[in-house]
Design a protein around this ligand. Structure first.
Ligand code: GAR
Length: 217
């Protein structure tokens, strides 16, 4: 089976992008990262991508003003030019139009730094600490028009410590993100994820129980 052609969309430092690039260096990995696309010309991740020999493109949202559909259409043109099969949002901080999301149904993934459906939106680590959550983590999910929603492909959990700060918690969750994003992309690229009634059913994956997940984090 040929490897899936993946575009990673970023807005910033791109550490999740780097984790995906690293995983895809293995020729037996079922996906290859062929494009990194940013909505910001100064995104740090673009340098990492270029250093790895990966094509980069910038579609600057600012030049489209409030015309979200035109911005999305410009991105779609770039994705088509690179014959992309799967899109991975990795710290891509723009809302996407329903039309664009529909074009990529069950082929566009996002990573969010919380155990969805808890703590959608920004400042997830701060809010988890304030809420006194004992377990926190990260989620990879398919993108739907509603922000930070969509069928959950994979989650990874960490135990929240009494002395955690936003920074220490973020660092542990980020390590989990770097582990689960490549795993989740592998499942999708291998066609092992089926969406039924808004839930992802995973073919052939032993689903670890919560204690195993905690032990791994
Ligand atoms: C990651 O923690 C990612 O989960 C988060 O932005 C960070 C990007 O870091 N995404 C969101 O909050 C999306 N709702 P990175 O650029 O180093 O991958």
């Amino acid at each position: 089976m040929s490897r899936k052609r993946v575009a990673v969309l970023i807005s910033g430092r791109g550490s999740n992008m780097a984790a995906l690039i690293e995983a895809a260096k293995d020729k037996s990995y079922p996906a290859e990262i062929v494009l990194v696309l940013s909505n910001k010309a100064d995104a740090g991740g673009l340098i990492t991508a270029r250093d790895s020999g990966i094509a980069t493109e910038v579609v600057d949202h600012a030049s489209f003003g409030k015309d979200r559909a035109a911005f999305d259409a410009a991105m779609q043109k770039v994705l088509e030019a690179h014959r992309i099969d799967i899109v991975c949002l990795a710290g891509f901080m723009r809302l996407l139009s329903p039309g664009f999301v529909g074009l990529w149904q069950n082929r566009m993934l996002n990573i969010h730094p919380a155990l969805l459906p808890a703590f959608k939106g920004l400042d997830t680590h701060k809010r988890a600490l304030e809420a006194g959550a004992k377990t926190h983590g990260a989620t990879v999910h398919f993108v739907v028009p509603e922000m930070d929603a969509g069928p959950i492909i994979m989650q990874g959990a960490v135990a929240v410590r009494d002395d955690d700060t936003e920074k220490s918690l973020a660092a542990r969750v980020l390590a989990v993100e770097h582990r689960i994003y490549p795993e989740a992309l592998r499942l999708v690229a291998e066609h092992r994820v089926r969406v039924v009634d808004g839930r992802c059913l995973i073919n052939g994956a032993p689903v670890p129980d919560a204690e195993t997940l905690m032990a791994q984090s």
